[in-house]
Design a protein around this ligand. Structure first.
Ligand code: EPU
Length: 340
């Protein structure tokens, strides 16, 4: 069947924040070659398209004068192995959590700490998803992407992707240029559980698991996430709304002197990562609303849509929270979700 775009397409059900949005043009991409074909025919020449995966890290405007490409490329397979690793490849449209659980059931552990993160495989490298002491960059081998400049398929390795905390090439020069179509992971054959994140260690301890299996780690991570993070099907949200700010040694010393109980995590470069959730709670925003949006009672870093919110409401609360945190701590919070 020839590819056809749909016009004035509603994305309200396709973003986990539940924001209303009507897009000018919308199409579902089921293969990389379908996308290269579109580029070569000039169908995307007017402006860079918005790439939609699971819609779990997006703040959509009410009208989007753009073409939306919903990446639904399926498939997952073991594509190789060496003495130390299994190499597993998945289509960009695969659901992230289902893919993680499949690797675990097949006996290829390594992604269990990233269980239950909403979204798709193809979106995962964009913000270098991370949780409970692991980031996707730690298990990444390479990805395939369509270059919208010329319709070719390129392979990018970890260095090309320039991964950093909640960041990558695809949020900078690569934005609007590369559309990720598949990702290959490198999973360790000699697996040991990664339990240095305090909350995960406590959860495993509470379950009496001293030497947990990969599936037991995954189950513990799922339990923590279900307890703390609101289910988007019930209460619209995009996970952590701000990044955890990273501050210089001098700023850290100043803050620590004033707020000795402030959580902070030393980074490899000597700076400290602060807990945005703690800063927001201390600034008085935990469980507090502004119009139809609020900072979640169970985790102040998560903004929730209590019903009927638009992006304007989200931005108004984000501004107020940023202002309060700046006034109290002289720290600037940076939003995590993408704003097309
Ligand atoms: N905290 C508070 N009050 C709050 C929330 C948190 O005081 O309302 C304190 C906690 O007590 C803890 C610290 O802040 O000492 C850290 O909290 P938590 O363990 O919940 O993690 P986080 O820093 O808020 C980050 C990621 C999450 C990830 C968890 C677990 C970011 C922006 N967020 O949250 O990722 O699941 O760690 O690793 O880095 C996401 O990106 O959408 C996301 C959910």
């Amino acid at each position: 069947m020839p590819f056809a775009f749909q016009h004035d397409y509603t994305l309200s059900g396709l973003n986990t924040f539940g924001l209303p949005c009507v897009a000018q043009r919308y199409g579902e991409i089921l293969s990389a070659s379908q996308l290269t074909g579109l580029v070569r025919r000039g169908a995307l020449a007017d402006a860079p398209p918005l790439i939609l995966g699971g819609g779990s890290n997006l703040l959509l405007p009410e009208t989007l004068a753009a073409t939306v490409l919903h990446i639904r490329i399926p498939g997952h397979a073991l594509v190789g192995s060496d003495d130390d690793h299994h190499f597993v490849r998945a289509g960009a449209g695969e659901n992230w959590h289902d893919f993680v659980r499949w690797t675990l059931e097949m006996g290829w552990p390594g992604l269990e700490n990233l269980s239950l993160i909403p979204g798709t495989v193809g979106a995962a490298p964009v913000q270098n998803i991370g949780a409970y002491g692991l980031e996707i960059k730690d298990r990444f081998f390479a990805l395939e992407a369509v270059d919208l400049r010329n319709g070719t398929i390129v392979t990018l390795d970890a260095a090309d992707c320039r991964f950093a905390y909640r960041d990558s090439l695809f949020k900078h020069e690569g934005a609007g240029r590369f559309v990720i179509t598949a990702v290959t992971f490198r999973l360790p054959k000699r697996w040991t559980p990664l339990t240095r994140y305090g909350e995960l260690a406590r959860e495993l301890g509470a379950r009496g698991l001293i030497d947990p299996s990969p599936l037991q780690v995954s189950d513990a991570v799922c339990a923590i996430r279900r307890r703390k993070l609101p289910d988007p099907a019930r209460l619209g949200n995009a996970g952590s709304f701000f990044k955890n700010p990273v501050v210089s040694p001098a700023q850290f010393e100043m803050l620590r002197a004033r707020f000795p109980e402030m959580p902070a995590y030393l980074q490899d470069d000597g700076r400290h990562k602060l807990a945005a959730g703690w800063l927001i709670e201390q600034a008085g925003w935990r469980g507090r609303s502004l119009g139809p949006v609020g900072m979640y009672e169970g985790q102040a870093l998560v903004m929730v849509n209590q019903g009927g919110a638009t992006r304007r409401d989200v931005e108004a609360l984000a501004d107020s929270v940023q202002r309060s945190v700046r006034e109290r701590f002289d720290v600037t919070l940076e939003m995590e979700p993408v704003r097309p």
